[in-house]
Design a binder for this molecule. Structure first.
Ligand code: NAP
Length: 460
């Protein structure tokens, strides 16, 4: 296993990496030093004479040439901004983020010869870059170490301790196994989870991820994410935590030090109260479907809207109808308005349609108004048509071949609405498209890696 240190410059990666390599008796590579050796130039000279893009190109080459053998690797502060670098660094590695406060970073940089990256005064440059890079650091790392108040030796010792004992207590892992046993999980999946949590397959560096919901047993996320972790050589396991009480399941997840959560019905809004930071898309939609942990902090995102926006990006400015007014409908309205569409919400319960339309600035109308609207795009965001329901939200005689029909229901992919729309000559988009695209965006939050949609589709 390779131990990769990442984080902002001035957090002590080189010094800690060197000490850790002595402690563990492993070879040490500092990618910045390697760049200087292979190019025959200091990074300062390279940046001054050729610019940052040239330096990043060298950095990519050095990262691509790193060997897979056990070693300690220290990376430059901007290395994990590039998803290809992250995919290469993550293969067969544990990724450790070193964090430090602004003052400690500034003092270290002032003592070094590293060039500035912007024309801003150092204090502002640090603040600006830290905030821009934070989501990249959080995604690219498996564990986060706060170096505040510790010298490099203490940081190296705490990493060595983590590598030998892990960060979750055996009693917590046993408790999670009992929780899974009671949730009615498939026997094969349960056996695999038990082995990874408390059996022979457990390793201190194993990272856990889960979908939380009630129900969560129908989710297609575990096989997809486990296949992706295996493909990218990441030592992680994704399971299901099914419970009606969002607070109880978050408590369990924090004790287990899970790295990431997918959130499904009915927890997408309730979970927001347990998070430390929520990105502005999720805050506007009013729902979080992705949580990433870094140290004690929990970050919330919404990727549902990306899964709805991307398949219809060619319909920018069109007239759209969204049927439903729940969480998926909110993501749909937000996504379509992001594409400058004129959106009307239709819903069985009038007050919910009014609320959603007021909150996001769309129109609303009763369900019966569908026939008068002649939309270019119809999005079904109700649960009608979801197995075993055989109903459709739109009478088939109201569908016409000029329409694009996007059914967010994905079990089954071929819903009654999709079949009617196909028969009417409409362009159809099944809910699996949303699922795949929101999952790829979620995987990026979880790991920092960009998965090609086609590749993920092949795994489903
Ligand atoms: P939700 O918050 O429970 O909302 C359900 C909506 O369906 C409500 O607007 C509800 O209307 C409406 N509805 C339910 N039964 C109805 C009926 N018999 N007639 C008319 N309207 C009815 O659920 P959600 O989280 O928004 O999810 C909605 C659908 O999106 C689900 O089928 C889910 O599987 C799908 N989804 C797909 C993906 C994906 O990746 N493809 C992701 C998320 C969700 P009222 O307001 O009147 O109750």
């Amino acid at each position: 296993m390779r131990i990769v240190l990442c984080g902002f410059r001035g957090t002590g990666k080189t010094e800690v990496g060197r000490l850790l390599s002595h402690l563990l008796d492993l070879p040490f590579t500092d990618t910045d030093l390697q760049i200087e050796q292979t190019s025959g130039m200091t990074i300062h000279e390279m940046m001054r004479t050729h610019g940052e893009a040239y330096f990043r190109e060298h950095e990519r080459k050095v990262i691509a040439s790193l060997r897979p053998e056990e070693s300690v690797i220290s990376t430059g502060g901007g290395a994990v901004m590039d998803p290809d670098n992250v995919a290469r660094l993550r293969r067969g590695s544990v990724m450790i983020l070193l964090e430090a406060d602004e003052k400690a970073i500034r003092e270290r940089i002032e003592r070094s010869t590293r060039p500035p990256l912007t024309t801003l005064p150092l204090r502002e440059e640090i603040r600006m870059l830290l905030s821009a890079r934070e989501p990249f650091y959080v995604s690219a790392s498996d564990i986060c170490i706060n170096t505040h108040g510790k010298n490099s030796n203490e940081v190296a010792l705490s990493i060595a301790h983590f590598l030998s004992t892990g960060d979750s207590a055996p009693a917590t892992r046993e408790q999670v196994v009992q929780f899974l046993e009671m949730s009615g999980m498939d026997a094969g999946e349960l056996e695999e989870a038990r082995d990874l949590l408390t059996g022979d397959a457990y390793t201190p560096i194993s990272r856990f991820y889960a979908v939380i919901g009630y129900p969560a047993m129908q989710s297609k996320s575990p096989p997809l994410f486990n296949a992706l972790f295996s493909h990218y050589g990441i030592p992680a396991f994704y399971t299901r935590l099914q419970h009606p009480d969002c607070g109880a399941v978050i408590h369990l997840a924090r004790n287990l030090h899970v790295k990431g959560l997918s959130v499904t019905i009915p927890h997408k809004s309730a979970i927001m109260a347990s998070l430390d930071r929520i990105d502005h898309h999720a805050a506007k939609i009013g729902a979080v479907n992705t949580v990433v942990f870094c140290g004690d902090r929990a970050y919330g995102f919404n990727t549902d809207w990306i899964g709805i926006r991307d398949p219809v990006h060619d319909l920018r400015g069109a007239r759209a109808v969204v049927i439903g007014a729940g969480g998926a409908a909110a993501a749909a309205v937000y996504a379509l308005m992001n594409l400058q569409m004129e959106v009307t919400v239709l819903n069985r319960t009038k007050e919910r349609a009014e609320d959603l339309a007021r909150r996001l600035g769309s129109h609303h109308a009763p369900l019966s108004a569908f026939g008068t609207l002649a939309p270019d795009l119809v999005v079904n965001a109700t649960s009608l048509g979801m197995d075993p329901d055989r109903r459709t939200p739109v009478p088939k005689e109201l569908l016409s071949k000029e329409m694009t029909v996007f059914d967010l229901v994905y079990t089954p992919p071929d819903t009654p609405l999709i079949r009617d729309a196909r028969a009417a000559g409409c362009r159809t988009i099944p809910g699996t498209e949303m699922f795949i695209r929101q999952a790829c965006a979620q995987f990026r939050h979880f790991t920092g890696i960009v998965v090609p949609v086609e590749f993920a589709r092949g795994l489903l």
